[in-house]
Design a protein around this ligand. Structure first.
Ligand SMILES: [Zn+2]
Length: 139
């Protein structure tokens, strides 16, 4: 049990999760960046280098495919980010609930045992009906 608990603390409370998220987001973002380069920048460079009619025609022909490839890499980035967000949200909610369960009773303030007399402002027992200090009737 000790080892499992240690692993849980390690995996869910530490930086491991943040690091994993960073790696996954970084990978997905890299795919978007290389999609922009491959599908937009490279064809433009090719077009600039090759002014011929053939070059322009090839560029125009390839454009729809390039745009859809770029769109799909952006969409997979967004889906990856969304899924990660939902997973993290779930883990945060779960660990908040666990903390709430294990902390229950500890953080609750103890029930008050005294009250303040409205007439003389002295502290008297919570169930007193007459103040010990000024002898006023209290609720
Ligand atoms: Zn009093």
């Amino acid at each position: 049990m000790g080892l499992i608990k240690e692993f849980k603390d390690f995996a869910f409370k530490g930086n491991v999760l943040d690091m994993a998220v960073g790696v996954i987001i970084g990978g997905a973002f890299t795919a978007v960046v290389s999609g922009v380069v491959e599908n937009i920048l490279n064809p433009i460079v090719t077009l600039v280098m090759d002014h011929s009619e053939d070059g322009l025609a090839a560029w125009e022909k390839a454009l729809p495919g390039n745009v859809s490839a770029l769109a799909s890499s952006i969409i997979s980035f967004l889906i990856t980010a969304l899924v990660l967000f939902l997973i993290l949200k779930g883990i945060n909610t779960a660990s908040a609930k666990a903390a709430e369960l294990s902390g229950r009773g500890k953080e609750e303030a103890p029930a008050p045992t005294t009250k303040v007399c409205p007439y003389c402002k002295s502290e008297i027992p919570i169930d007193a009906v007459k103040c010990a200090h000024c002898t006023s009737d209290v609720e």
